[in-house]
Design a protein around this ligand. Sequence first.
Ligand code: HEC
Length: 144
Amino acid sequence: MNARLKRMAVMLAVPVALGALLGVAGRHYFPESIAAQAARQDAIAPPVHLSALNVTLPPGQSTFPPGPGVDIANSNCVMCHSTGMVLRQPPLTTGEWKVEINKMRSAFGAPITPDQIDALAHYLNTVNGRKPQTGPSGVDNQAS
Ligand code: HEC
């Protein structure tokens, strides 16, 4: 074997030997295989038993109570939240409901047309309303 071949053999053998050594010595630091993790967890975790349950939820109102203008409410006010979000608020005057409806339009994009606002405000005032009065109100008398 001439000197050149020897040098080439050493150049090849050294990295291969180093790699093999690292593979053996570094095994401890390599990430654990998925199968090994699963086996280890199987050995320590208690078995899980799943079973079906029957849950009866309290009844919710999916549509607004009947009255003139109810269609506007049912088609514009329940796509983002429940009727309860509207009906379980402090009662508002018609004017305050208009403010609230406009807030839903401008802040959140409720698709209600301007010509429906009056009718809807009257409807909401009949199902969850109060008469205008002087003094503080739930929304600080933003409108009469
Ligand atoms: C595009 C979605 C969207 C639509 C449509 C919508 N709302 Fe709302 N509404 C919201 C969000 C969001 C909130 C919660 C706001 C908050 O937490 O501050 C809310 C809250 C409310 C509240 C509670 C008080 C308040 O101001 O937070 C009332 C009352 C209300 N909506 C009425 C209505 C009425 C009436 C309509 C029909 C005209 C309507 N909403 C349609 C998104 C919507």
